[in-house]
Design a protein around this ligand. Sequence first.
Ligand SMILES: *Cc1c(COP(=O)(O)O)cnc(C)c1O
Length: 380
Amino acid sequence: MARPFNFSAGPATMPEAVLRQAAAEMLDWHGCGMGVMEMSHRGREFGEILEQAQADLRALLAIPDHFKVLFSQGGALAHNAMVPLNLAGRHPQRAVDVVVTGAWSQKSAQEARRYADVQVAASGADGGYTAIPDPATWRLRANPAYVHLCSNETIHGVEFHQLPDLAALGCDAPLVIDFSSHVLSRPIDWGRVGLAFGGAQKNIGPAGLTLIIVREDLLGHALPICPSVFDYRVLAEQQSMVNTPPTWAIYVAGLVFQWVAAQREGELTGVAAMEARAIERARLLYEAIDGSQLYVNLVDPACRSRMNVPFFLRGDDGRPLKDPAHPRNAAFLRGAQQRGLLQLKGHKSVGGMRASLYNAMPIEGVQALVDYLREFERSA
Ligand SMILES: *Cc1c(COP(=O)(O)O)cnc(C)c1O
């Protein structure tokens, strides 16, 4: 029987082939007599799994040699603290500039204030986070410890389709990006990035694994209060094995990396194939929303996310219905559930609906959603 299509923002849908492989290997990994959950993280078997996963991620994202790939825990929110604890010391007054384009970067700014002198360089709050302020208007300091942005705002559905060139904006600082919810859906311009971090549970695998990809010259500035298991230099020196890493999550992430590498779209493979599919999925859904009288997405088309599509049904007065308990919203969600279209309810802070279209979402899932949108509109 076909599985339903799961539009959760995270933890989120996984490639079915990966789930089946993990299930098949659950009791015995490659004939060693142990499941991955049961083996020592210091043993040869897990060593292979870890090294392979790191190498595969490096290859998929074309990460240059002068960047370290670190596996950690704590989720993206822990690293909202760990990034300032590791990098703020690069500036004598711990100056950190943050570009706020939605809920996640807003949280990052707030957490960094505990450890750093944070300046909000630009904010999309006034417009309800429906647009990215033009980089030419950002109030950046000349050389803060770093500049933070969230390259895909999972809740507000706002994505940077191009990362800013800080040097061209007169700012001599490394760019830090929270790429939790679109990692592996597009290539990354490493020439513009100093550090990228994100939780795995959106576009990669099980919750519990956090990725950090950091330029080597940024290591070694941790504040004395930084916990040593989260000191990025120590993590790099000890191959992400300061203590027991999230072994199961790393193993499943590794299966996802292999799955991504094997995907093809015409001539394209790997992340390029993922990007082609992401563009197609997003096109299908935004066209259906824009072409309807009932549905609306409020985000500036120049920065609409390919991964997370918040949208509203309109009320009889034409206004977006934010309250999930409104009878029209409730009927929409009920009908979706009956058709095997799961977890479409929007984030509580935004309301309405949200469809997350991660790498593991087949195009058929988006087609089924679009068919349902049209059917529901005819009946509404
Ligand atoms: C989900 C998410 C987070 C929070 O991640 P946790 O792993 O729950 O800490 C942070 N940033 C972005 C962009 C996210 O999508």
